[in-house]
Design a protein around this ligand. Structure first.
Ligand code: CP
Length: 304
């Protein structure tokens, strides 16, 4: 059984927990097609204080495929938190009386942890500020394992906005449980947080830093591209200084290993040329599909 009640940070999970989730996600491939009623009496509340397409809809799809029910809001403006200034604590203490699990996305670092402290029911972090996106990291690991056959022994390049991108923060920390080499490819202004690099080094992970896309994509098994997170910049002039500076173009694919895969948590803006979509290396829409089975596994392990 997993040793978690909530899923707030990837750092709360052991390798054993992660491997259990990945194994359960693999079993969910077949369940997702034939459907199941294993969560038929359960209700999931989705509280999305920030926009989302994939995370919210894949959680909902996961719950429906397991026979469960869904309620919630996708726009804070239609909730009392947005319209009337209700606190997060009061929102949680209300919703826990309507549901069996809360899935929350919020613009503030630490928000999911705070929500869990007020909640009597499990809380799943669907993205908290620029800090963490643990279920994305789990579906990323699942995608790598499914597409490359393993996680141990791979080389991966995390590319793009490593400063504000919450998906790369969670993924980097999840990878610390595995024997991998990590390349960090970012413009100088958007390098990985020093605290995370220190954790990588103290875990014995082979980590290198480069500052161009070309150096990022060569000789690695997995290229994990990310969007520059415009909404997280404290000053729009800082964003303007890096906008459009870190793009993966079709010609860069020829620099990659033939069997490399390109992942991206999506959405993309201009950092990943749509012309790449038809190359064999492009796997980001298959990665989207992995979101459903991974979240089915998470809901099953938490609720059953
Ligand atoms: N990857 C991801 O979190 O996508 P959404 O913002 O669409 O949920």
């Amino acid at each position: 059984m997993p040793r978690f009640h909530n899923l707030i940070s990837i750092q709360d999970l052991t390798r054993e927990d992660i491997d259990l989730i990945l194994a359960r996600a693999s079993e969910m491939e077949e369940v997702s097609v034939r459907r199941s009623n294993i969560l038929k009496d359960k209700i999931m509340a989705c509280l999305f204080f920030e926009p989302s397409t994939r995370t919210r809809l894949s959680f909902e799809s996961a719950m429906f495929r397991l026979g469960g029910n869904v309620l919630g809001f996708a726009d804070v403006a239609v909730s009392s938190a947005g319209g009337k200034g209700e606190t997060l604590a009061d929102t949680i203490k209300t919703v826990e009386r309507y549901a069996d699990v809360i899935v929350i996305r919020h613009p503030l670092d630490g928000s999911a942890r705070v929500a869990s402290e007020f909640s009597a029911i499990p809380v799943i972090n669907a993205g908290s500020g620029s800090e963490e996106h643990p279920t994305q990291a789990l579906l990323d690991l699942y995608s790598i394992k499914k597409m490359k056959g393993k996680i141990d022994g791979i080389s991966i390049s995390l590319c793009g906005d490593l400063k504000y991108g919450r998906t790369v923060h969670s993924l980097a920390m999840a990878l610390l449980h595995y024997n991998v080499s990590i390349r960090l490819a970012a413009p100088p202004q958007l390098r990985m947080k020093p605290a995370i690099i220190e954790k990588m080094l103290s875990s014995g992970v082979d980590v290198t830093t480069v500052d161009s896309v070309e150096e990022g994509v060569k000789d690695v098994d997995v290229i994990y591209m990310t969007r520059i997170q415009k909404e997280r910049f404290p000053d729009v002039r800082e964003y303007d200084a890096v906008r459009g500076k870190f793009r993966l173009r079709l010609e860069d694919v020829s620099l990659m290993k033939k069997d490399a895969i390109i992942l991206h948590p999506l959405p993309r803006v201009d950092e990943l040329d749509p012309a790449i979509d038809s190359t064999p290396q492009a796997k980001y829409f298959d990665q989207v599909a992995a979101g459903v089975v991974t979240r089915m596994a998470i809901l099953d392990l938490i609720l059953n």
